[in-house]
Ligand binder design. Sequence first.
Ligand SMILES: *Cc1c(COP(=O)(O)O)cnc(C)c1O
Length: 408
Amino acid sequence: MRSPNGPEGSPPASQVEDYLVFGEFGEVNPSISDGSTFTFLDPEKLKAIFHGPVPGCHLYSRLDSPSTQVLAHALALLEEMPAGHVTASGMAAIACTLFNFCTQGTEIVSDRLVYGGTYALLKNFLPRLGIRTRFVDFTDPDQVRKVLTPKTRVLYCESLSNPLLRAPDLSQMAEIAHGIGARLVVDNTFAPLLFTPRRQGADVVIHSLTKFINGMSDCVAGVITADESVIRELSDASSGASMLLGPALDSTRAASIFKNLHTLPVRLLQHGKNAQALADRLAEAGIRVSYPGRPDYPDRAVWQRQADPRMGHGGMMTIDLGEESRAQALMLALQAKRVGLLAVSLGYYRTLFSPPGSSTSSEIPEADRAATGLGPGLIRFSVGLDFDLERTWGRFAACLRTVGAIAS
Ligand SMILES: *Cc1c(COP(=O)(O)O)cnc(C)c1O
């Protein structure tokens, strides 16, 4: 299901560039909406908006505002989706989407390696509402097929999984989902512009805007992109999960994220350039490194089919030092040498690193972590926008020598 804008055609970044919205007085940026509620000149329109969108009218900022709508529209363009809805966090986008498709007694099939918060939502919270999740390895489609039941409503995965950077074959997943009338929901947070999961048939594409899309680590936000009908269901005044649970993004934040979105392509290329250089140096120095731009990347074939070759290989990589104590020593050394910051999250202009086994992925059972290679010595890096990578590598290598990870 390749769109006319496949890797050979116009990249989604160009669609976002062409989307021009001026401010009320001709400002080059859209005006920032400054109201929780909106006046109506016609009571009939107020009546009508409770039953569906009315062009040119807004009801209440818990649902949307001109500012959140502009951001949602730009992100729908980014994902080549017909519509979008922004939320106050990535988790809100995920939760609202799952509430929209799943009711008591239904089931979700999820990749076993997903963001820790998502895993906890599926594993610990949704069962309270009678929604069960089966976790399997999405890089093995047979495992997915085996656990489908007539109650399965959603197949859920990340385009580039956290933290091990595996890339499931999304075309196969879409085919499996659609074969039983379920939806494929893809979290594309790690790989905006690299992957456009709609092209492989994803029904819903979610982002935590908190990460690469905003890129400033100054707020949390999320988006759901999908068909018009799904977005309408989510924002329905009397039954929509997003409207009724209320995770609304503030207009001032929506406006700042909209501006940052426009530098995403240049940032992503620089993140990718730096990550590739660091991954190559680390591998040459004998460190176990995982990066989609390395020749030993296990999902190379899927990557080559699905990823836009113009966008590089992204800013995320992992290294494995075997032991937790050595990983901890390295992170402290890297922070002291200003290579980056020991912090969760990603997509920031500085390098961030954290040990997923004991932090963001600690929700995932030990046995699953061991089976997938998520060991105690693993460090996840979100590589920053450093101007002088030679300087960065010099410092990095010094830290590796200090902790005995490479010979001095
Ligand atoms: C951070 C993250 C989330 C959650 O997003 P928040 O904005 O923190 O709520 C979901 N999925 C992935 C892959 C993430 O990295």
